[in-house]
Design a protein around this ligand. Sequence first.
Ligand code: NAP
Ligand code: ZN
Ligand code: ZN
Length: 350
Amino acid sequence: MSTQASTVPAYAAPAAKAPLERTTIPRRAVGDHDVLIDIKYTGICHSDLHQVSDGWGGAIFPMVPGHEIAGIVTEVGPEVTKFAVGDRVGVGCLVDSCRECDNCKAGLENYCTGGMVLTYNALDKNGEPTYGGYSTHIVVDEAFTVRIPDGLELDVAAPLLCAGITTYSPLKYWNVGPGKKVAVVGLGGLGHMGVKIANALGAEVTVLSQSLRKKDDGLRLGAKHYYATSDEATFEALAGTFDVILNTVSAPLPLEKFLGLLKTGGTFANVGAPEEPVSLNVFPLLGQRRNFAGSMIGGLPETQEMLDFCAEHGLGAEIEVIRADQINEAYERVQASDVRYRFVIDTATI
Ligand code: NAP
Ligand code: ZN
Ligand code: ZN
């Protein structure tokens, strides 16, 4: 590995729905503004499953997933100013953007209107496919690399690069804080970080899960209340309760029932990305001037802010570290909502 382009080990899906297997992939030479990262840990996000199965459409194979990357800088390009060899860094869902549109200029690269480049399952500005963090090394522009504060171990920090920022950004945008009642729907990778972050922001947090199976965990993570959505009584008991509902569920929900849990003017902030369209009866929105909002990951400045916030409040992800040859098994467990609460790949085993 050095200023030359290189070939590195990785785990890839050769085709839609095919199991992931060990392979090798090219990494570009370290450019003027690039850092070479020795990846230590990569989280498994449910978005990896959606994309490996081509559930969202337009997938590019072979696919090396992974956008929750934590590692160490081992080389820097000559123009790099932010990072030095040995620094602890992270890379999330995007590795480039147009850098010229209003959103890019405002640090909202995640909403780039000129074409952002996702960390994997995308083409970069040279038309080359991007490959993600299920590999040993990655070369990334320093502008799309963030610093992992010393207070966070790399393994528990990795999931923050997607699950952390995806929940932090809408919670901040919708002014979650002291005096606010927030419900987090789905206690998975995103959901468990949503609970921790909303609690650290000072809100009163309720988990809405399919069952009470994970209730003890939810309360330990910072929720004050925990309800099962399989119980119809939940929807009667909580009608009109919440300022914000953060929906992290990977499948379509009966939205009308959930919208009824919002206060007047409350917001249903949707980050779950089901493969099928959802249908929405607008009347629960109209009747109480409620909002239905989307949110997608976060920009680079806010991602750094989130990492600093998590370090300050001691908020790492709850993780189960796995070997690379356990990835396919981990996918089955994520699909079955059997994860507490993020699988993280030890990339030394690739
Ligand atoms: P995850 O770990 O699998 O968690 C999803 C949780 O949703 C599960 O743990 C489960 O919680 C609940 N759930 C699953 N299937 C359900 C069903 N059929 N009905 C009701 N609840 C169900 O997934 P994740 O990694 O947190 O990702 C969640 C979703 O967010 C995915 O669709 C992912 O693609 C999307 N995502 C979006 C963004 C963004 O920027 N907007 C970023 C990352 C991920 P309980 O067991 O507690 O019910
Ligand atoms: Zn993700
Ligand atoms: Zn842009």
